[in-house]
Design a protein around this ligand. Structure first.
Ligand code: G6P
Length: 608
Protein backbone atom coordinates (compact mmCIF):
# COMPACT_ATOMS: atom_id res chain seq x y z
CA UNK A 1 0.00 0.00 0.00
CA UNK A 2 3.01 2.19 0.12
CA UNK A 3 6.53 2.65 -1.18
CA UNK A 4 9.83 0.95 -0.51
CA UNK A 5 13.20 1.99 -1.91
CA UNK A 6 16.67 0.76 -1.06
CA UNK A 7 20.20 1.48 -2.27
CA UNK A 8 23.65 -0.03 -1.94
CA UNK A 9 26.56 1.29 -4.00
CA UNK A 10 29.24 3.91 -4.29
CA UNK A 11 27.03 6.98 -4.22
CA UNK A 12 25.63 8.73 -1.18
CA UNK A 13 22.26 7.09 -0.59
CA UNK A 14 20.09 9.87 0.88
CA UNK A 15 19.36 11.81 -2.36
CA UNK A 16 18.74 8.55 -4.26
CA UNK A 17 16.32 7.31 -1.61
CA UNK A 18 14.45 10.62 -1.41
CA UNK A 19 14.14 10.82 -5.19
CA UNK A 20 12.88 7.22 -5.27
CA UNK A 21 10.28 7.95 -2.61
CA UNK A 22 9.08 10.99 -4.55
CA UNK A 23 8.61 8.83 -7.61
CA UNK A 24 6.40 6.53 -5.52
CA UNK A 25 4.42 9.36 -3.89
CA UNK A 26 1.56 8.68 -6.27
CA UNK A 27 0.85 5.42 -4.50
CA UNK A 28 -0.57 7.38 -1.56
CA UNK A 29 0.98 7.66 1.94
CA UNK A 30 0.76 9.42 5.27
CA UNK A 31 4.33 9.30 6.59
CA UNK A 32 7.86 8.81 5.34
CA UNK A 33 11.27 7.79 6.61
CA UNK A 34 14.85 6.82 5.79
CA UNK A 35 17.53 4.68 7.43
CA UNK A 36 21.17 4.89 6.35
CA UNK A 37 24.26 3.00 7.50
CA UNK A 38 27.14 5.47 7.71
CA UNK A 39 30.87 5.00 7.08
CA UNK A 40 31.24 4.53 10.86
CA UNK A 41 28.94 1.46 10.50
CA UNK A 42 26.30 3.24 12.60
CA UNK A 43 22.70 3.08 11.53
CA UNK A 44 20.70 6.31 11.63
CA UNK A 45 17.00 6.82 11.07
CA UNK A 46 14.90 9.89 10.30
CA UNK A 47 11.14 9.57 9.91
CA UNK A 48 7.97 11.55 10.44
CA UNK A 49 4.28 11.78 9.81
CA UNK A 50 3.40 13.89 6.78
CA UNK A 51 4.82 14.36 3.32
CA UNK A 52 8.31 13.71 1.96
CA UNK A 53 8.89 17.45 2.04
CA UNK A 54 8.46 17.32 5.85
CA UNK A 55 11.07 14.58 6.02
CA UNK A 56 13.40 16.65 3.83
CA UNK A 57 13.01 19.58 6.22
CA UNK A 58 14.22 17.41 9.10
CA UNK A 59 17.09 16.08 7.04
CA UNK A 60 18.33 19.61 6.34
CA UNK A 61 19.62 19.88 9.89
CA UNK A 62 20.95 16.30 10.15
CA UNK A 63 21.51 14.71 6.76
CA UNK A 64 22.07 10.98 6.65
CA UNK A 65 25.37 10.08 5.04
CA UNK A 66 26.27 6.61 3.81
CA UNK A 67 26.31 4.30 0.82
CA UNK A 68 23.63 1.93 2.07
CA UNK A 69 20.07 2.79 3.00
CA UNK A 70 16.35 2.16 2.79
CA UNK A 71 13.38 4.51 2.49
CA UNK A 72 9.66 4.12 2.95
CA UNK A 73 6.34 5.87 2.52
CA UNK A 74 3.64 4.45 4.80
CA UNK A 75 -0.11 4.20 4.27
CA UNK A 76 -1.41 3.35 7.74
CA UNK A 77 -3.02 -0.04 8.36
CA UNK A 78 -1.91 -1.10 11.87
CA UNK A 79 -1.42 1.96 14.06
CA UNK A 80 -2.41 5.56 13.29
CA UNK A 81 -0.26 7.80 11.09
CA UNK A 82 2.40 9.16 13.51
CA UNK A 83 6.15 9.70 13.80
CA UNK A 84 6.52 6.52 15.87
CA UNK A 85 4.53 4.35 13.48
CA UNK A 86 6.38 5.62 10.40
CA UNK A 87 8.96 3.20 8.93
CA UNK A 88 11.84 2.28 9.17
CA UNK A 89 11.41 0.33 12.40
CA UNK A 90 14.50 -0.50 14.35
CA UNK A 91 15.25 -3.07 17.04
CA UNK A 92 18.14 -2.79 19.45
CA UNK A 93 17.16 -4.58 22.59
CA UNK A 94 19.78 -7.23 23.21
CA UNK A 95 23.11 -6.20 24.62
CA UNK A 96 25.92 -6.52 22.14
CA UNK A 97 23.52 -7.32 19.27
CA UNK A 98 23.54 -5.37 16.03
CA UNK A 99 20.77 -2.91 15.39
CA UNK A 100 18.32 -4.17 12.77
CA UNK A 101 16.06 -1.88 10.79
CA UNK A 102 13.27 -2.79 8.40
CA UNK A 103 10.86 -1.20 5.97
CA UNK A 104 7.81 -3.24 5.11
CA UNK A 105 4.78 -3.33 2.83
CA UNK A 106 2.03 -5.85 3.54
CA UNK A 107 0.57 -7.16 6.78
CA UNK A 108 2.17 -9.55 9.29
CA UNK A 109 -1.00 -11.29 10.39
CA UNK A 110 0.47 -13.02 13.45
CA UNK A 111 2.26 -9.92 14.73
CA UNK A 112 0.58 -10.05 18.15
CA UNK A 113 1.59 -13.65 18.71
CA UNK A 114 5.18 -12.93 17.59
CA UNK A 115 5.29 -9.85 19.83
CA UNK A 116 4.21 -11.90 22.85
CA UNK A 117 7.03 -14.35 22.17
CA UNK A 118 9.67 -11.60 22.23
CA UNK A 119 10.07 -11.25 25.97
CA UNK A 120 12.24 -8.36 27.09
CA UNK A 121 11.89 -6.46 23.80
CA UNK A 122 10.80 -2.85 24.00
CA UNK A 123 8.42 -1.77 21.25
CA UNK A 124 7.99 1.82 20.29
CA UNK A 125 5.14 1.62 17.77
CA UNK A 126 1.75 0.00 17.29
CA UNK A 127 2.70 -1.45 13.91
CA UNK A 128 2.85 -5.07 12.82
CA UNK A 129 6.14 -4.20 11.09
CA UNK A 130 8.14 -3.47 14.20
CA UNK A 131 7.93 -7.11 15.29
CA UNK A 132 9.89 -8.10 12.17
CA UNK A 133 12.87 -5.97 13.23
CA UNK A 134 12.76 -7.47 16.73
CA UNK A 135 12.33 -10.98 15.43
CA UNK A 136 15.41 -10.62 13.21
CA UNK A 137 17.39 -9.03 16.01
CA UNK A 138 16.54 -11.74 18.55
CA UNK A 139 17.12 -14.55 16.02
CA UNK A 140 20.45 -13.02 15.01
CA UNK A 141 21.68 -12.79 18.56
CA UNK A 142 25.05 -14.55 18.61
CA UNK A 143 24.49 -16.29 15.26
CA UNK A 144 26.56 -15.51 12.24
CA UNK A 145 24.63 -16.96 9.34
CA UNK A 146 22.25 -14.17 8.37
CA UNK A 147 20.79 -16.21 5.53
CA UNK A 148 19.71 -19.01 7.88
CA UNK A 149 18.41 -16.50 10.40
CA UNK A 150 16.25 -14.77 7.78
CA UNK A 151 14.93 -18.11 6.48
CA UNK A 152 13.82 -18.95 10.02
CA UNK A 153 12.27 -15.52 10.45
CA UNK A 154 10.38 -15.93 7.16
CA UNK A 155 9.01 -19.22 8.46
CA UNK A 156 7.69 -17.52 11.59
CA UNK A 157 5.79 -14.76 9.81
CA UNK A 158 2.27 -15.23 8.49
CA UNK A 159 0.79 -12.82 5.98
CA UNK A 160 2.20 -10.73 3.18
CA UNK A 161 5.43 -8.82 3.09
CA UNK A 162 7.92 -6.99 0.97
CA UNK A 163 10.84 -6.13 3.22
CA UNK A 164 14.04 -4.14 3.05
CA UNK A 165 16.36 -5.05 5.93
CA UNK A 166 19.58 -3.43 7.15
CA UNK A 167 21.85 -4.84 9.84
CA UNK A 168 24.17 -2.36 11.48
CA UNK A 169 27.43 -4.28 11.24
CA UNK A 170 26.90 -5.08 7.55
CA UNK A 171 27.83 -1.80 5.81
CA UNK A 172 27.56 -3.23 2.28
CA UNK A 173 24.49 -5.44 2.54
CA UNK A 174 20.89 -4.65 1.71
CA UNK A 175 18.50 -7.55 2.21
CA UNK A 176 15.23 -7.80 0.28
CA UNK A 177 12.52 -10.36 1.05
CA UNK A 178 9.09 -10.81 -0.43
CA UNK A 179 6.00 -12.91 -0.09
CA UNK A 180 2.71 -11.70 -1.53
CA UNK A 181 3.71 -8.02 -1.84
CA UNK A 182 5.57 -6.58 -4.83
CA UNK A 183 9.30 -5.85 -4.74
CA UNK A 184 11.71 -5.53 -7.65
CA UNK A 185 15.48 -5.31 -7.81
CA UNK A 186 17.22 -2.81 -10.07
CA UNK A 187 20.65 -3.84 -11.32
CA UNK A 188 23.22 -1.10 -11.80
CA UNK A 189 26.98 -0.75 -12.30
CA UNK A 190 28.64 -1.14 -8.89
CA UNK A 191 25.30 -0.31 -7.31
CA UNK A 192 21.99 -2.06 -6.83
CA UNK A 193 18.51 -1.00 -5.83
CA UNK A 194 15.21 -2.28 -4.50
CA UNK A 195 11.80 -0.71 -5.03
CA UNK A 196 8.20 -1.67 -4.52
CA UNK A 197 7.35 -0.22 -7.93
CA UNK A 198 9.29 0.30 -11.15
CA UNK A 199 9.09 4.14 -11.54
CA UNK A 200 11.48 4.58 -8.57
CA UNK A 201 14.18 2.72 -10.50
CA UNK A 202 13.83 4.42 -13.89
CA UNK A 203 16.43 7.19 -13.36
CA UNK A 204 19.06 4.55 -12.57
CA UNK A 205 18.44 1.39 -14.52
CA UNK A 206 16.04 -0.53 -16.71
CA UNK A 207 17.60 -3.89 -15.84
CA UNK A 208 15.34 -5.64 -13.39
CA UNK A 209 15.39 -8.83 -11.42
CA UNK A 210 11.94 -9.97 -10.42
CA UNK A 211 11.76 -11.86 -7.13
CA UNK A 212 9.47 -14.86 -6.74
CA UNK A 213 7.26 -15.31 -3.71
CA UNK A 214 9.34 -16.46 -0.75
CA UNK A 215 12.61 -15.16 -2.23
CA UNK A 216 15.28 -13.40 -0.28
CA UNK A 217 17.98 -11.35 -2.01
CA UNK A 218 21.32 -10.12 -0.71
CA UNK A 219 22.32 -6.95 -2.55
CA UNK A 220 25.86 -5.64 -2.36
CA UNK A 221 27.50 -2.97 -4.52
CA UNK A 222 29.28 -5.75 -6.39
CA UNK A 223 26.21 -7.90 -7.18
CA UNK A 224 23.02 -9.63 -6.13
CA UNK A 225 22.47 -13.15 -4.81
CA UNK A 226 18.96 -14.61 -4.61
CA UNK A 227 17.88 -17.44 -2.29
CA UNK A 228 14.63 -19.32 -2.16
CA UNK A 229 12.45 -19.84 0.87
CA UNK A 230 14.76 -22.56 2.18
CA UNK A 231 17.84 -20.43 1.78
CA UNK A 232 19.11 -22.24 -1.35
CA UNK A 233 20.79 -20.13 -4.01
CA UNK A 234 18.53 -19.65 -7.06
CA UNK A 235 18.75 -17.83 -10.38
CA UNK A 236 16.06 -15.34 -11.31
CA UNK A 237 15.49 -14.02 -14.78
CA UNK A 238 16.86 -10.60 -15.61
CA UNK A 239 14.55 -8.44 -17.65
CA UNK A 240 15.03 -5.17 -19.52
CA UNK A 241 11.95 -2.95 -19.40
CA UNK A 242 10.92 -0.53 -22.10
CA UNK A 243 9.48 2.16 -19.82
CA UNK A 244 11.56 5.31 -19.74
CA UNK A 245 12.10 7.94 -17.10
CA UNK A 246 10.24 10.54 -19.19
CA UNK A 247 7.17 8.31 -19.22
CA UNK A 248 6.96 8.59 -15.45
CA UNK A 249 7.35 12.39 -15.38
CA UNK A 250 4.79 15.15 -15.89
CA UNK A 251 6.28 16.47 -19.12
CA UNK A 252 4.84 19.99 -18.77
CA UNK A 253 1.35 18.95 -17.68
CA UNK A 254 -0.08 20.33 -14.46
CA UNK A 255 -0.98 16.87 -13.21
CA UNK A 256 -0.05 13.29 -14.04
CA UNK A 257 -3.73 12.58 -14.47
CA UNK A 258 -4.06 15.19 -17.22
CA UNK A 259 -0.93 13.90 -18.93
CA UNK A 260 -2.27 10.37 -18.79
CA UNK A 261 -5.66 11.44 -20.15
CA UNK A 262 -3.87 13.08 -23.09
CA UNK A 263 -1.67 10.04 -23.62
CA UNK A 264 -4.67 7.88 -24.42
CA UNK A 265 -4.61 8.10 -28.22
CA UNK A 266 -1.05 6.73 -28.14
CA UNK A 267 -1.71 4.27 -25.35
CA UNK A 268 -4.70 2.77 -27.14
CA UNK A 269 -2.85 2.65 -30.47
CA UNK A 270 0.14 0.95 -28.78
CA UNK A 271 -2.11 -1.54 -27.07
CA UNK A 272 -3.80 -2.44 -30.35
CA UNK A 273 -0.61 -2.59 -32.42
CA UNK A 274 -0.32 -5.98 -34.12
CA UNK A 275 -3.60 -7.14 -32.61
CA UNK A 276 -6.06 -5.89 -35.21
CA UNK A 277 -4.92 -7.70 -38.31
CA UNK A 278 -7.55 -10.39 -37.93
CA UNK A 279 -5.03 -13.04 -36.90
CA UNK A 280 -5.48 -14.90 -33.66
CA UNK A 281 -3.86 -13.63 -30.49
CA UNK A 282 -0.64 -15.57 -30.02
CA UNK A 283 -0.95 -15.01 -26.27
CA UNK A 284 -3.98 -17.32 -26.11
CA UNK A 285 -2.33 -20.24 -27.83
CA UNK A 286 -1.46 -22.01 -24.57
CA UNK A 287 -5.08 -21.91 -23.38
CA UNK A 288 -7.57 -24.68 -24.13
CA UNK A 289 -9.93 -22.11 -25.64
CA UNK A 290 -12.19 -24.65 -27.33
CA UNK A 291 -12.93 -26.49 -24.09
CA UNK A 292 -13.91 -23.36 -22.18
CA UNK A 293 -17.59 -23.36 -21.19
CA UNK A 294 -17.65 -20.45 -18.81
CA UNK A 295 -15.69 -17.21 -18.48
CA UNK A 296 -15.38 -15.40 -15.16
CA UNK A 297 -13.98 -11.89 -15.22
CA UNK A 298 -12.64 -10.62 -11.93
CA UNK A 299 -11.12 -7.28 -10.94
CA UNK A 300 -11.33 -4.32 -8.54
CA UNK A 301 -12.12 -0.62 -8.93
CA UNK A 302 -11.74 0.84 -12.38
CA UNK A 303 -10.52 -2.48 -13.74
CA UNK A 304 -13.81 -4.01 -12.61
CA UNK A 305 -15.70 -1.44 -14.67
CA UNK A 306 -13.63 -2.40 -17.72
CA UNK A 307 -14.44 -6.04 -17.00
CA UNK A 308 -18.18 -5.25 -17.12
CA UNK A 309 -17.73 -4.05 -20.65
CA UNK A 310 -15.65 -7.14 -21.35
CA UNK A 311 -18.52 -9.29 -20.14
CA UNK A 312 -20.94 -7.62 -22.55
CA UNK A 313 -18.52 -8.02 -25.46
CA UNK A 314 -17.67 -11.65 -24.70
CA UNK A 315 -21.35 -12.51 -24.43
CA UNK A 316 -22.55 -10.66 -27.47
CA UNK A 317 -19.62 -11.08 -29.83
CA UNK A 318 -18.13 -14.41 -28.74
CA UNK A 319 -21.35 -15.97 -27.37
CA UNK A 320 -19.58 -17.04 -24.19
CA UNK A 321 -21.29 -17.69 -20.89
CA UNK A 322 -19.78 -14.90 -18.80
CA UNK A 323 -19.86 -13.64 -15.25
CA UNK A 324 -18.09 -10.61 -13.91
CA UNK A 325 -17.26 -10.56 -10.24
CA UNK A 326 -15.62 -8.04 -7.93
CA UNK A 327 -12.44 -9.82 -6.82
CA UNK A 328 -12.97 -9.14 -3.11
CA UNK A 329 -16.31 -10.96 -3.39
CA UNK A 330 -15.17 -13.63 -5.79
CA UNK A 331 -12.41 -14.86 -3.46
CA UNK A 332 -14.90 -15.69 -0.70
CA UNK A 333 -17.55 -17.44 -2.79
CA UNK A 334 -17.76 -21.22 -2.87
CA UNK A 335 -15.12 -22.50 -5.24
CA UNK A 336 -17.16 -23.44 -8.30
CA UNK A 337 -14.25 -23.08 -10.67
CA UNK A 338 -13.22 -26.06 -12.76
CA UNK A 339 -11.03 -26.85 -15.75
CA UNK A 340 -13.75 -25.71 -18.15
CA UNK A 341 -13.70 -22.19 -16.68
CA UNK A 342 -11.48 -19.42 -17.97
CA UNK A 343 -10.83 -16.71 -15.41
CA UNK A 344 -9.92 -13.35 -16.90
CA UNK A 345 -8.30 -11.23 -14.19
CA UNK A 346 -8.04 -7.54 -15.07
CA UNK A 347 -5.60 -5.35 -13.18
CA UNK A 348 -3.50 -2.33 -14.03
CA UNK A 349 -0.84 -3.08 -11.43
CA UNK A 350 -1.11 -6.86 -11.33
CA UNK A 351 -0.54 -6.55 -7.57
CA UNK A 352 -4.04 -6.00 -6.16
CA UNK A 353 -4.32 -8.42 -3.23
CA UNK A 354 -7.97 -9.35 -3.78
CA UNK A 355 -7.49 -9.99 -7.49
CA UNK A 356 -4.49 -12.21 -6.77
CA UNK A 357 -6.47 -14.10 -4.12
CA UNK A 358 -9.40 -14.62 -6.51
CA UNK A 359 -6.97 -16.02 -9.08
CA UNK A 360 -5.49 -18.37 -6.51
CA UNK A 361 -8.95 -19.68 -5.63
CA UNK A 362 -9.75 -20.17 -9.31
CA UNK A 363 -6.53 -22.06 -9.89
CA UNK A 364 -7.21 -24.32 -6.91
CA UNK A 365 -10.49 -25.22 -8.62
CA UNK A 366 -8.63 -26.09 -11.81
CA UNK A 367 -9.54 -23.01 -13.88
CA UNK A 368 -7.16 -21.53 -16.43
CA UNK A 369 -6.25 -17.89 -15.88
CA UNK A 370 -5.77 -15.15 -18.43
CA UNK A 371 -4.41 -11.89 -17.03
CA UNK A 372 -5.05 -8.47 -18.55
CA UNK A 373 -2.40 -6.36 -16.99
CA UNK A 374 -0.27 -3.25 -17.50
CA UNK A 375 2.84 -4.16 -15.52
CA UNK A 376 5.14 -6.69 -17.09
CA UNK A 377 6.06 -9.61 -14.84
CA UNK A 378 3.78 -8.40 -12.04
CA UNK A 379 2.52 -11.01 -9.56
CA UNK A 380 -0.68 -11.45 -11.57
CA UNK A 381 1.19 -11.86 -14.84
CA UNK A 382 3.32 -14.56 -13.24
CA UNK A 383 0.38 -16.35 -11.64
CA UNK A 384 -1.57 -16.53 -14.93
CA UNK A 385 -1.43 -19.13 -17.70
CA UNK A 386 -1.42 -16.38 -20.31
CA UNK A 387 -1.17 -12.58 -20.30
CA UNK A 388 -2.56 -9.89 -22.56
CA UNK A 389 -0.64 -6.75 -21.70
CA UNK A 390 -2.13 -3.30 -22.00
CA UNK A 391 0.71 -1.18 -23.26
CA UNK A 392 -0.29 2.02 -21.52
CA UNK A 393 3.11 2.79 -19.97
CA UNK A 394 3.44 3.74 -16.30
CA UNK A 395 0.31 5.21 -14.77
CA UNK A 396 1.15 7.55 -11.92
CA UNK A 397 -2.17 9.32 -11.20
CA UNK A 398 -4.01 7.33 -8.55
CA UNK A 399 -7.23 7.63 -10.53
CA UNK A 400 -6.85 5.27 -13.50
CA UNK A 401 -7.46 6.75 -16.93
CA UNK A 402 -5.32 5.37 -19.77
CA UNK A 403 -5.27 1.94 -18.25
CA UNK A 404 -9.08 1.86 -18.30
CA UNK A 405 -9.40 2.67 -21.98
CA UNK A 406 -6.57 0.31 -22.92
CA UNK A 407 -8.21 -2.45 -20.86
CA UNK A 408 -11.41 -1.92 -22.85
CA UNK A 409 -9.41 -2.11 -26.08
CA UNK A 410 -7.79 -5.40 -25.02
CA UNK A 411 -11.08 -6.89 -23.87
CA UNK A 412 -12.64 -6.07 -27.24
CA UNK A 413 -9.72 -7.70 -29.04
CA UNK A 414 -10.16 -10.75 -26.81
CA UNK A 415 -13.88 -10.89 -27.61
CA UNK A 416 -13.09 -10.67 -31.34
CA UNK A 417 -10.52 -13.42 -31.09
CA UNK A 418 -12.83 -15.76 -29.18
CA UNK A 419 -15.67 -14.90 -31.56
CA UNK A 420 -13.53 -16.08 -34.44
CA UNK A 421 -12.27 -19.22 -32.69
CA UNK A 422 -15.82 -20.13 -31.68
CA UNK A 423 -17.36 -19.16 -35.02
CA UNK A 424 -19.63 -16.71 -33.18
CA UNK A 425 -20.30 -13.17 -34.48
CA UNK A 426 -20.37 -12.91 -38.29
CA UNK A 427 -17.19 -11.84 -40.04
CA UNK A 428 -18.84 -8.56 -41.08
CA UNK A 429 -19.53 -7.65 -37.44
CA UNK A 430 -16.02 -8.56 -36.39
CA UNK A 431 -14.64 -6.51 -39.25
CA UNK A 432 -16.72 -3.48 -38.25
CA UNK A 433 -15.52 -3.67 -34.63
CA UNK A 434 -11.91 -4.03 -35.80
CA UNK A 435 -12.29 -1.03 -38.06
CA UNK A 436 -13.90 0.92 -35.23
CA UNK A 437 -11.04 0.04 -32.90
CA UNK A 438 -8.56 1.15 -35.54
CA UNK A 439 -10.23 4.58 -35.37
CA UNK A 440 -10.35 4.58 -31.57
CA UNK A 441 -7.29 6.79 -31.15
CA UNK A 442 -8.73 9.42 -33.51
CA UNK A 443 -12.04 9.33 -31.61
CA UNK A 444 -10.15 10.05 -28.36
CA UNK A 445 -8.28 12.90 -30.05
CA UNK A 446 -11.58 14.55 -30.86
CA UNK A 447 -12.64 14.37 -27.21
CA UNK A 448 -9.32 15.81 -26.07
CA UNK A 449 -9.98 18.77 -28.37
CA UNK A 450 -13.17 19.38 -26.33
CA UNK A 451 -11.28 19.74 -23.04
CA UNK A 452 -11.91 23.51 -22.64
CA UNK A 453 -15.55 23.11 -23.61
CA UNK A 454 -15.88 20.39 -20.95
CA UNK A 455 -14.25 22.64 -18.35
CA UNK A 456 -16.53 25.56 -19.13
CA UNK A 457 -19.74 23.57 -19.22
CA UNK A 458 -18.91 21.63 -16.03
CA UNK A 459 -17.89 24.67 -13.98
CA UNK A 460 -21.36 25.16 -12.43
CA UNK A 461 -21.28 21.60 -11.09
CA UNK A 462 -18.11 22.03 -9.02
CA UNK A 463 -20.42 23.31 -6.29
CA UNK A 464 -22.76 20.31 -6.47
CA UNK A 465 -22.99 17.99 -3.44
CA UNK A 466 -24.27 15.00 -5.44
CA UNK A 467 -24.45 13.83 -9.03
CA UNK A 468 -26.19 10.89 -10.60
CA UNK A 469 -24.77 9.09 -13.65
CA UNK A 470 -27.05 6.89 -15.74
CA UNK A 471 -26.46 4.71 -18.78
CA UNK A 472 -27.70 1.56 -20.42
CA UNK A 473 -26.06 -1.47 -21.97
CA UNK A 474 -22.52 -0.75 -23.08
CA UNK A 475 -22.64 2.71 -21.56
CA UNK A 476 -23.65 1.58 -18.05
CA UNK A 477 -20.03 0.66 -17.17
CA UNK A 478 -19.04 4.13 -18.37
CA UNK A 479 -21.61 5.68 -16.01
CA UNK A 480 -20.09 3.63 -13.16
CA UNK A 481 -16.58 4.66 -14.08
CA UNK A 482 -17.58 8.33 -14.55
CA UNK A 483 -19.13 8.44 -11.07
CA UNK A 484 -16.09 6.72 -9.56
CA UNK A 485 -13.70 9.21 -11.20
CA UNK A 486 -15.68 12.14 -9.80
CA UNK A 487 -15.83 10.67 -6.28
CA UNK A 488 -12.16 9.76 -6.26
CA UNK A 489 -10.67 13.10 -7.16
CA UNK A 490 -13.28 15.79 -6.41
CA UNK A 491 -14.85 14.15 -3.32
CA UNK A 492 -18.31 14.93 -4.68
CA UNK A 493 -20.74 12.17 -3.97
CA UNK A 494 -21.68 10.52 -7.24
CA UNK A 495 -23.65 7.37 -7.93
CA UNK A 496 -24.23 5.45 -11.11
CA UNK A 497 -27.31 3.50 -12.03
CA UNK A 498 -28.44 1.44 -14.94
CA UNK A 499 -30.97 3.90 -16.29
CA UNK A 500 -33.76 1.33 -16.15
CA UNK A 501 -33.31 1.18 -12.37
CA UNK A 502 -34.07 4.87 -11.99
CA UNK A 503 -37.73 4.24 -11.22
CA UNK A 504 -36.84 1.60 -8.65
CA UNK A 505 -35.43 4.00 -6.12
CA UNK A 506 -32.97 6.67 -7.21
CA UNK A 507 -35.67 8.83 -8.77
CA UNK A 508 -36.71 9.67 -5.20
CA UNK A 509 -33.46 11.63 -4.93
CA UNK A 510 -34.11 13.77 -7.97
CA UNK A 511 -34.71 17.47 -7.49
CA UNK A 512 -33.07 20.67 -8.70
CA UNK A 513 -29.98 19.87 -6.60
CA UNK A 514 -29.24 16.57 -8.29
CA UNK A 515 -27.60 17.04 -11.69
CA UNK A 516 -27.86 13.91 -13.82
CA UNK A 517 -25.18 12.84 -16.31
CA UNK A 518 -26.81 10.84 -19.08
CA UNK A 519 -24.95 8.67 -21.60
CA UNK A 520 -26.85 8.34 -24.85
CA UNK A 521 -25.99 5.75 -27.51
CA UNK A 522 -27.31 5.69 -31.06
CA UNK A 523 -28.96 2.31 -30.77
CA UNK A 524 -32.15 0.70 -29.54
CA UNK A 525 -31.59 2.24 -26.09
CA UNK A 526 -31.94 5.82 -27.44
CA UNK A 527 -35.73 6.22 -26.95
CA UNK A 528 -35.51 4.77 -23.44
CA UNK A 529 -32.75 7.17 -22.50
CA UNK A 530 -34.82 10.06 -23.83
CA UNK A 531 -37.65 8.98 -21.51
CA UNK A 532 -35.20 8.99 -18.60
CA UNK A 533 -34.16 12.51 -19.57
CA UNK A 534 -37.82 13.60 -19.41
CA UNK A 535 -38.32 11.90 -16.06
CA UNK A 536 -35.42 13.62 -14.34
CA UNK A 537 -36.00 16.97 -16.05
CA UNK A 538 -39.59 17.11 -15.01
CA UNK A 539 -38.41 16.75 -11.41
CA UNK A 540 -36.10 19.72 -11.71
CA UNK A 541 -32.76 18.01 -12.42
CA UNK A 542 -30.22 19.60 -14.73
CA UNK A 543 -29.25 17.12 -17.43
CA UNK A 544 -25.67 16.80 -18.69
CA UNK A 545 -25.81 14.61 -21.77
CA UNK A 546 -22.94 12.77 -23.43
CA UNK A 547 -24.11 11.55 -26.79
CA UNK A 548 -22.82 9.44 -29.63
CA UNK A 549 -23.48 11.86 -32.46
CA UNK A 550 -25.92 14.78 -32.38
CA UNK A 551 -29.33 14.17 -30.78
CA UNK A 552 -31.46 17.13 -31.87
CA UNK A 553 -34.17 16.75 -29.26
CA UNK A 554 -31.66 16.97 -26.41
CA UNK A 555 -30.53 20.47 -27.28
CA UNK A 556 -33.56 22.07 -25.66
CA UNK A 557 -33.72 19.61 -22.78
CA UNK A 558 -30.19 19.38 -21.44
CA UNK A 559 -28.25 22.02 -19.57
CA UNK A 560 -25.07 20.77 -21.26
CA UNK A 561 -24.54 18.45 -24.20
CA UNK A 562 -21.25 16.84 -25.21
CA UNK A 563 -21.87 15.48 -28.64
CA UNK A 564 -19.15 13.06 -29.75
CA UNK A 565 -18.58 11.97 -33.31
CA UNK A 566 -20.32 8.60 -33.66
CA UNK A 567 -18.04 5.57 -33.71
CA UNK A 568 -18.71 1.86 -33.88
CA UNK A 569 -21.00 0.88 -30.97
CA UNK A 570 -18.49 -1.29 -29.06
CA UNK A 571 -15.80 1.35 -29.40
CA UNK A 572 -18.03 4.27 -28.34
CA UNK A 573 -17.45 3.65 -24.60
CA UNK A 574 -13.78 4.56 -25.06
CA UNK A 575 -14.22 8.23 -26.08
CA UNK A 576 -17.18 8.52 -23.70
CA UNK A 577 -14.92 7.40 -20.84
CA UNK A 578 -12.49 10.16 -21.79
CA UNK A 579 -15.29 12.75 -21.46
CA UNK A 580 -15.99 11.54 -17.91
CA UNK A 581 -12.30 11.70 -17.03
CA UNK A 582 -12.09 15.31 -18.21
CA UNK A 583 -15.31 16.19 -16.36
CA UNK A 584 -13.91 14.84 -13.10
CA UNK A 585 -10.49 16.36 -13.71
CA UNK A 586 -11.73 19.89 -14.39
CA UNK A 587 -14.15 19.82 -11.45
CA UNK A 588 -11.37 18.60 -9.13
CA UNK A 589 -9.02 21.36 -10.33
CA UNK A 590 -11.77 23.94 -9.79
CA UNK A 591 -12.26 22.60 -6.28
CA UNK A 592 -8.52 22.59 -5.63
CA UNK A 593 -8.25 18.98 -4.51
CA UNK A 594 -5.10 16.87 -4.80
CA UNK A 595 -5.82 15.39 -8.21
CA UNK A 596 -2.91 12.97 -8.44
CA UNK A 597 -2.94 11.81 -4.83
CA UNK A 598 -6.51 11.99 -3.60
CA UNK A 599 -7.00 11.62 0.13
CA UNK A 600 -7.27 8.11 1.60
CA UNK A 601 -6.60 6.38 -1.72
CA UNK A 602 -3.66 4.24 -2.78
CA UNK A 603 -2.66 3.44 -6.34
CA UNK A 604 -2.55 -0.26 -5.74
CA UNK A 605 -4.20 -2.00 -2.86
CA UNK A 606 -1.76 -4.74 -2.00
CA UNK A 607 -3.40 -5.67 1.29
CA UNK A 608 -6.92 -6.94 1.93
C1 G6P B 1 -7.02 1.08 -6.43
C2 G6P B 1 -6.81 2.25 -7.36
C3 G6P B 1 -7.82 2.19 -8.50
C4 G6P B 1 -7.72 0.84 -9.21
C5 G6P B 1 -7.90 -0.32 -8.24
C6 G6P B 1 -7.59 -1.66 -8.88
O1 G6P B 1 -8.22 1.23 -5.76
O2 G6P B 1 -6.94 3.49 -6.66
O3 G6P B 1 -7.55 3.23 -9.44
O4 G6P B 1 -8.70 0.78 -10.20
O5 G6P B 1 -7.00 -0.17 -7.13
O6 G6P B 1 -6.23 -1.70 -9.21
P1 G6P B 1 -5.59 -2.64 -10.32
O7 G6P B 1 -4.13 -2.32 -10.28
O8 G6P B 1 -5.87 -4.04 -9.88
O9 G6P B 1 -6.24 -2.32 -11.61
Amino acid sequence: MCGIVGYVGERNSQPILLDGLKRLEYRGYDSAGLAVVGPDRRLRVEKCRGKIIDLEQRLLSHPLVGHLGVGHTRWATHGAPSDENAHPHTACCSEGASKVTVVHNGIIENHEEVRRGLAGHRFSSQTDTEVVAHLVESSLNGRADLRKVLSTVAGRMRGAYALGVLVENEPDLLVAMRRGSPLVIGLGEKENFIASDIPALLPHTRRLLILEDGDMAFLRSSGVEVFDVRGRRVRRREREITWTQAMAEKGGYKHFMLKEIFEQPHAVADTLRGRLNGGRLAELNGLPVKRIERVVLTACGTSYHASLLGKAALEQLAHCRVESDIASECRYRPNLFDERTLVVAVSQSGETADTLAAVETAREGGAKVLAICNVVDSSLARAADAVLYTRAGPEIGVASTKTFTTQIAVLLVLALDLAERRGAAPASVRKAVRRGLGRGAAAIDRVLAMSSEIREKMEPYAAARNLLYIGRGRLFPIALEGALKLKEISYIHAEAYAAGELKHGPIALIDENMPVVVFVAQDETLPKMMSNVEEVRSRGAKVIAVTAGPVESLKSKAAAVFSLPPTEGWVQPIPMAVVTQLMAYHIAVLKGTDVDQPRNLAKSVTVE
